[in-house]
Design a protein around this ligand. Structure first.
Ligand code: SF4
Length: 340
């Protein structure tokens, strides 16, 4: 499958049964309206069923995770006590490679499945449940192979903060990959690799994309880690080579964004963004904006309310630096991001 071209909807891999495909062990499915209709409106969905893909058939006998005494983690055990772990890991590694080539930016996995469950699968020991927080073999192997790609279950998708965090990480990964695409597009020609300088007019583009990315994402990053936002900004300001700067920036940025946001941090970020408009808003607009920020900080209104106001003022007053902030981007309305 071709990688996602810049500007196209991000590509998401999804447990096939959540899309209504009848691939479960009992020949049924577990269609999720949120996944099919809401995520389907904003993302390009890629169906994946590891158990069917491994050739276990549909329908098939139930399989389960069995506690393992070693650090290797639980084993995937079939109905006749056969050990399917190696086959499951092999299949998942190949799927991860397919996801990587297809530019997958996020994964939605069926909860509680011994293959797909991202952290809530049952682990048995001699037929008795000993844990309900297991990671399915497919989920675990793909997460080890693609640690940058955020996973979420259809159950966690129903929880607004977890959903928003996952959506944030999906778009961040998508956008930072586009910098890499730009860098590749501007890579030196063969002659340049023999020691000649790249054409001077190409260099600023590569730097601009990285600086512009940081400027766009800095305020959103501050909601997750203020220290990381400042540290990354300082690193960029003192870096000497765009390719090396991007290679160091990317994992640090994605790791910082993987931290959960602090509810109080949103108030600080919103106040900071409102500060950019302070001198340009009349008294009524300022009062309205600060009331919306207070209500959102107190949990009495969704974050989308002050975000919409800020974005509208930024557009009306043509404050380009604010209008392009990732923090003010409410994404596709079907996602309900930030309560929009
Ligand atoms: S949970 Fe995963 S393995 Fe099970 S049917 Fe759904 S996609 Fe297939």
């Amino acid at each position: 499958m071709q990688a996602v071209p810049p500007g196209a909807p991000p590509r998401i891999a999804v447990s096939a049964c959540l899309l209504g495909v009848p691939v479960r062990y009992d020949g049924d499915h577990r269609r999720s309206d949120r996944v099919v209709e809401r995520l389907g409106a904003a993302f390009s969905l890629l169906a994946e069923c590891p158990e069917a893909g491994m050739g276990l058939g549909v329908p098939r006998p139930k399989i389960h995770l069995e506690r393992e005494a070693t650090a290797a983690g639980p084993r995937l055990i079939g109905s006749r006590s056969e050990d399917l772990t190696a086959a499951g890991v092999r299949y998942a590694r190949a799927a991860a490679e397919r996801f990587r080539r297809a530019g997958v930016c996020g994964i939605v996995l069926k909860s509680r499945s011994p293959s797909c469950g991202p952290g809530d699968a049952r682990i048995l020991s001699n037929g008795v449940e000993v844990s309900a927080t297991g990671q399915g073999i497919f989920a675990r192997t793909v997460s080890e192979a693609l640690p940058e790609v955020p996973q979420i279950s259809e159950v966690a998708l129903e929880e607004p903060r977890q959903r928003d965090h996952w959506i944030t990480r999906v778009f961040a990964l998508r956008e930072i990959r586009e910098i890499r695409a730009i860098r590749t597009a501007f890579a030196p020609r063969p002659a340049d690799r023999r020691g000649l300088e790249s054409p001077p007019e190409r260099r600023p583009s590569r730097w601009r994309s990285l600086y512009a990315f940081h400027a766009r994402w800095k305020m959103l990053l501050m909601a997750h880690s203020e220290a990381a936002a400042r540290r990354l900004g300082h690193r960029l300001a003192t870096a000497g080579d765009p390719a090396a700067a991007l290679a160091a920036y990317r994992p640090a940025f994605l790791a910082a964004l993987a931290e959960p946001d602090a509810p109080n941090a949103h108030r600080n970020v919103l106040e900071h963004l409102a500060g950019h408009l302070k001198r340009r808003l009349d008294a009524d607009s300022r009062r309205e904006l600060h009331a919306a920020i207070r209500a959102a900080a107190a949990g009495a209104a969704p974050l989308a309310a002050p975000i919409r106001l800020l974005a509208a003022h930024a557009r009306r007053l043509e404050v380009a630096s604010l209008a392009d902030q990732a923090y003010l981007d409410l994404r596709h309305p079907a996602l309900g991001y930030r309560g929009a």
